[in-house]
Write a protein that binds this ligand. Structure first.
Ligand code: 4AD
Ligand code: MG
Length: 405
């Protein structure tokens, strides 16, 4: 008989009836001898546990794939549900290769002459003084360790439409915080023909959720160990994040919310001033510990490349940050200013026109609406594992006064 997930879960006195259940995979957990799947078809808030032996190929059974499972409905030894489905046959109806999505992997350079974020937090690269360089300096122009691969990705998105990079980035930030490193890894994506922040946020939320589901299904023991000893209750907090649609508020709304609670803060929230970590953490709590996108920041706070919203005296840009529980900002992104006559004066105001001719050329020849984002990888680990200090997620953290080992 064909059963809905709801009917399967409600089955009484199961005596190993043969049934067929169809639905989408909500999670996959593989252990040595068995594979646990949770599937749902929208008929129930709860998912049905499917137990399969190791002869089934877990690579085929990815999060989000639609499947048809035939097997026996049996009493479950787990306390969480009464019944489970012992799989005899699992057919993938439509697979879900969501992590690829047609993005081309680009290796962006580590040494660069640009300061993408325009914040001047650069480590300069020069040959050691023992080396004799014929010219005045090695590269003829000042060179730095990259703060972001974005500008190079923008070039490549003009050839491949959707591109990503994953590599080390460096910031000479003089801050001793629980979420800043001088050397960290970033996942960055850039997408051509994106015209709204909505489209970009969908990709960001999709990346967070699929990456997390993949981590949970590929290394459940490691995650459980962290959750058990370092962050009790983190599993539920994480499930809460995965289950809910992320929220969206504007920067202006965020400031309004913060002003109502200004007695809680060391730094007074004010329109036109950047959000502090304490503000970001408050906003996430205010949103019920569901990740929240904050969009449309004041132009004056953001780098030259963000797209002008042309919205009158307040004057914002199409920026988006994703704030998550325990960490605050995890992603930073934006629509890019693809219009030459908007970009050129902004570069000129910062005295960058000459150095960024090549970047302006991207707007001169075949310009296209586009956007992208970066996700700090160590902050991502902090968020899913529930680790309070970023220095605890990597073996050799680099920060001010710390580069011995
Ligand atoms: O918000 P940020 O500065 O954005 C960019 O660099 C864009 N160019 C990315 C893009 O659009 N392609 O940095 C992105 C993310 C932050 O949200 C944060 O998670 C992480 O990188 N990050 C840091 N992580 C650890 N230590 C630091 N010092 C970090 N600075 C940024
Ligand atoms: Mg940022």
């Amino acid at each position: 008989a064909r059963l809905s997930v709801r009917d399967a879960l409600g089955a009484q006195n199961t005596k190993g009836e043969r049934v067929k259940v169809q639905g989408w995979i909500r999670s996959v957990r593989s252990q040595k001898e068995v594979l646990f799947l949770h599937i749902n078809d929208g008929s129930s808030l709860e998912s049905l546990q499917v137990v399969a032996d190791s002869s089934f190929d877990s690579r085929e059974l990815a999060f989000g794939s639609s499947v048809e499972v035939q097997g026996q409905l049996v009493k479950s030894p787990s306390k969480k549900q009464d019944v489970e489905l012992k799989a005899e046959k699992i057919e993938v109806v439509g697979n879900c290769d969501a992590k690829d999505c047609g993005f081309v992997h680009i290796h962006t350079p580590i040494i660069t002459s640009n300061d993408c974020e325009g914040a001047g937090e650069l480590f300069q690269v020069e040959p050691s003084s023992k080396i004799k360089v014929p010219e005045k300096n090695f590269f003829s122009v000042p060179a730095f360790l990259t703060v972001s691969g974005q500008l190079h990705l923008e070039v490549m998105s003009g050839a491949f439409t959707q591109v990503f990079t994953f590599g080390p980035t460096f910031r000479a930030e003089n801050s001793q915080s629980r979420r800043h490193l001088a050397e960290f890894y970033m996942v960055e994506a850039e997408i051509s023909f994106v015209e709204s922040l909505q489209d970009l946020m969908q990709v960001m939320e999709g990346l967070f959720k699929t990456a997390t589901m993949t981590v949970l299904s590929n290394c459940p023991e490691d995650v459980e160990l962290c959750h058990k000893f370092i962050a009790p209750g983190q599993k539920d907090r994480l499930e809460h994040m995965l289950k809910n649609n992320f929220l969206i508020i504007s920067y202006t709304e965020a400031i309004e919310i913060l002003k109502q609670a200004s007695q809680n803060f060391t730094f007074t929230p004010e329109w036109g001033v950047d959000l502090h970590t304490e503000h970001e953490k408050y906003l996430v709590k205010h949103c019920g510990n569901i990740p929240v996108f904050v969009i449309n920041y004041p132009l004056a706070l953001k780098p030259f490349y963000m797209r002008d919203n042309e919205d009158g005296p307040q004057h914002t840009v199409a920026a988006v940050d994703l704030l998550v529980p325990g960490v605050g900002e995890l992603f930073g992104g934006s629509l890019r200013e693809e219009r030459y006559h908007f970009l050129e004066p902004r570069l000129a105001r910062s005295g960058l026109t000459e150095a960024y001719q090549w970047y302006l050329d991207l707007r001169r020849f075949g310009s296209v609406p586009h956007g992208g984002f970066g996700m700090g990888f160590e902050r991502y680990l902090q968020c899913i594992l529930g680790i309070d200090n970023i220095k605890d997620v990597i073996p050799f953290p680099r920060f001010t006064h710390s580069c011995i080992l």
